[in-house]
Design a protein around this ligand. Structure first.
Ligand code: FES
Length: 170
């Protein structure tokens, strides 16, 4: 009898372990899908990202000077914001992907249109404004320049300078 109970426990443990592993793989796959970078070129402190292939509501994570950079093409139903990077008729959210509380990398929840930081539960909206939890300020906007449909990270273009002067980059 006792052996049977133990056997059932082992089975349940294995089954739960299997589900957990599958869930983990699913989460990793979703993360990989939503974290695919756009075509980009890196040179001497600059990263040039081609935005022409960006899809709405899909987060792309680029790398600039060792930091993750969030590039999110906003969908039409997302509210316009003075922090948006405008390229033609498209609006993008571009920010350094480090939580302004203690520096964890927030995940993007596409269904909920928000970033969530797993470390202490901080949340940011699709314009990078902090909307919940301990983050004291919005996600920071890195220096950028727009060159046609390309985003040059690391260069201060007029669009960035305007945001900087208005105090919108932090
Ligand atoms: S580091 Fe993100 S909420 Fe604390």
């Amino acid at each position: 009898m006792a052996k049977n109970v133990q056997g059932r426990r082992d089975f349940i443990g294995m089954a739960l372990g299997g589900f957990t592993a599958l869930g983990g793989i699913g989460a990793l796959y979703a993360m990989k899908r939503s974290w695919d970078p756009l075509p980009s070129v890196k040179a001497a402190g600059f990263t040039t990202v081609d935005l022409s292939g960006a899809q709405e509501n899909v987060l792309n994570v680029e790398k600039w000077r060792g930091k993750p950079i969030f590039v999110l093409k906003k969908s039409k139903d997302m509210k316009a914001d003075p922090r948006d990077v405008v390229v033609g008729s498209d609006r993008f959210h571009v920010s350094i992907g480090l939580c302004t509380h203690l520096g964890c990398i927030p995940a993007y929840l596409a269904d909920e249109h928000k970033f969530k930081c797993a470390c202490h539960g901080g949340e940011f909206d699709v314009s990078g404004h902090q909307i919940f939890g301990p983050p004291p300020s919005p996600l920071e906007i890195p220096p950028f320049k727009i060159d046609g449909t390309k985003l040059v990270l690391g260069e201060e273009g007029p669009e960035y300078k305007k945001m900087l002067d208005a105090g919108l980059t932090v």
